[in-house]
Design a protein around this ligand. Structure first.
Ligand code: UGA
Ligand code: MN
Length: 242
């Protein structure tokens, strides 16, 4: 599981929640990629405490993405994670599934059992994204019957990053495929990251629907910035890590 992360007030809270979840998942490698020039103490210590096999990487977001808030987030971090995974596997040693699990989502443990069943690409709906209660595939007999979206229905794969998983052998068979580029090698437009990645490795008819059809297993929570208006005139102990 690849999780980009960056410094903000809720970072530790978000990463702690994800850690508490993935600690219950057998055979999971948690690749955490900090959007930072150097690895921070906060994340380093959190990963040491977290009883899961983890890989800690860092890469700062380049000016290309950082200077334009309408550009997609976490791109270079996910690509650093993908490079690490590719460097540690071969086409013949690719038994695994890659899941892009952002640090601010909530995950039901059952999603990890579903991810494990992936042959090529698994998909499922995600709650609270795309401006609707549930976004993603609506499945019948294990295949996508239709998609439900609040926007961007023209996307070939109108699905959130947390709504799919890709078998590692498929990624190893497409060594040039990274996130943030479309099939012509052009930078992904905002909201097109997921679709641009999937269209390079699979066709729509080959998607594998996973999970129950009457509930979601991932919530796109998007933690809001805490309201702390008195902090400036009444500063909290700077020695307490929050
Ligand atoms: C939605 C999707 O769920 C993301 O997968 C997608 O990357 C994003 O849109 C996008 O626009 O690119 P959203 O909740 O809006 O997600 O984005 P964030 O959760 O703020 O960021 C996605 C990931 O990138 C997170 O893991 C976050 O920690 C990381 N991130 C975000 C950075 O590493 N650096 C940043 O400056 C911002
Ligand atoms: Mn998010």
């Amino acid at each position: 599981m690849l999780s980009p992360t960056y410094k903000r007030l809720t970072q530790k809270s978000d990463l702690t929640s994800v850690c508490m979840t993935v600690m219950h998942v057998p055979n999971l490698v948690w690749v955490v990629i900090e959007d930072a020039g150097e690895k921070t103490k906060l994340v380093t210590n959190l990963l040491k405490r977290c009883r899961v096999t983890s890989v800690h990487l860092n890469i700062p977001t380049s000016d290309f993405y950082r200077k334009d808030p309408s550009k997609p987030r976490g791109v270079e971090q996910r690509n650093a994670g993908l490079s690490w995974i590719r460097d540690h596997h071969t086409k013949d040693d690719c038994n695994g599934v890659v899941y892009f699990g952002d640090d601010d989502n909530s995950y039901d443990l059952r999603i990890f059992d579903e991810i494990r069943k992936t042959q090529k690409v698994s998909v499922w709906p995600v709650a609270f994204c795309g401006g609707v209660k549930v976004e993603g595939p609506e499945c019948e007999n294990g295949v996508v019957a239709r998609w439900h979206n609040g926007w961007g229905a023209t996307r070939k794969f109108p699905i959130d990053m947390a709504g799919f998983a890709v078998h590692l052998c498929l990624l190893m068979a497409h060594p040039g495929v990274v996130t943030g580029k479309d099939s012509n090698g052009k930078p992904s437009k905002s909201g097109y990251l997921e679709s641009n990645l999937l269209e390079q490795v699979i066709d729509r008819n080959s998607l594998e629907c996973r999970g129950p059809s009457d509930e979601v297993m991932v919530w796109h929570v998007k933690t809001t910035t805490p309201y702390i208006p008195h902090e400036q005139k009444n500063p909290s102990n700077p020695n307490i890590e929050v």
